[in-house]
Design a protein around this ligand. Structure first.
Ligand SMILES: Nc1ncnc2c1ncn2[C@@H]1O[C@H](COP(=O)(O)OP(=O)(O)O)[C@@H](O)[C@H]1O
Ligand SMILES: [Mg+2]
Length: 250
């Protein structure tokens, strides 16, 4: 139909069954920055509601900023992963990018989200690299990658990186998982803690070299997400470089 809107309909999910690794921090920052160029929905599936609170603060106090539409749906006690997948596909059909924040401990939600995702980002913090997730999640990522090799990618993302604490040994251990590391790494910086009240790190004034580095890293992360989704910023919203839903393989 000629008046039908065309959306990119991509799903980027931040997944790790361990809490406190930065899923909500990275999801909200990525959603805000992506919303400069795309129609973005931030979906909070965690009953802790960190992303939802961030969005509410943004709407109340910073209405002039790039709007991020948000939904929250917590799927409490769900054992139906496919219901989560169907919901996500439905939300994605009406926007360019759905950024999904997931709960630590609900495996069914994680599984449902991974099945619908084009890009799964697994944030890790130093000290828990080997404890990142369950075997079930890993196996699902591998299965989804095998079935949808053209439109699915999964990446580890080193968050709160402290060069002194990241040993080569740990990075080597991660390589055993078959999931590549993102090229971008995110440092341990105050500016990320300050971005929890409705703004992205780019919208907070940088007061130190570390703040500026945090802004640079987050821009780089968003560019890498765009590359992995095979989309690129051009004038106006929604521009797909390649076919819809085409991304790198795992
Ligand atoms: N790169 C970072 N630098 C500094 N603090 C961070 C960073 N990433 C996350 N945090 C902080 O760590 C805590 C946990 O992050 P959060 O995003 O809530 O994790 P999760 O959603 O995985 O439970 C929060 O207080 C957040 O501000
Ligand atoms: Mg969270």
């Amino acid at each position: 139909m000629s008046n039908q809107k065309s959306f990119l309909s991509k799903v980027v999910a931040f997944v790790n069954q361990k809490g406190g690794v930065g899923k909500s921090t990275l999801a909200t920052n990525a959603a805000a920055i992506l919303s400069e160029s795309y129609r973005v929905v931030l979906l909070d599936t965690d009953e802790q509601g960190s992303s939802e609170l961030w969005c509410n603060a943004r709407d109340e106090d910073y209405a002039e900023n790039h709007k991020v539409r948000s939904f929250s749906k917590h799927y409490k006690k769900t054992v139906n992963a496919s219901a989560v997948t169907i919901d996500l596909e439905d939300i994605a059909s009406g926007c360019d990018i759905v950024v999904v924040d997931t709960p630590g401990r609900n495996e069914f939600v994680s599984l449902g989200v991974i099945s619908a995702a084009n890009l799964v980002i697994i944030p890790l913090t130093p000290g828990n690299y080997s404890l990142w997730s369950s075997d079930a999640t890993m196996q699902l990522i591998q299965k989804v990658a095998a079935i949808r090799s053209g439109d699915f990618a999964a990446r580890f993302l080193l968050n709160r990186r402290d060069k002194r604490r990241v040993s080569e040994e740990m990075e080597l251990a991660l390589r055993e998982y078959d999931i590549p590391l993102m090229k971008t790494t995110i440092g341990n910086r105050n500016i990320y803690e300050n971005s929890s009240s409705g703004l992205s790190v780019l919208e907070i004034g940088a007061r130190s070299a570390s703040d500026r580095e945090g802004q640079r890293e987050m821009r780089e992360l968003v560019r890498e997400i765009e590359r992995l989704l095979s989309i690129s910023r051009q004038s106006g919203k929604t521009s797909a470089k390649n076919d819809k839903k085409k991304t790198a393989t795992i």
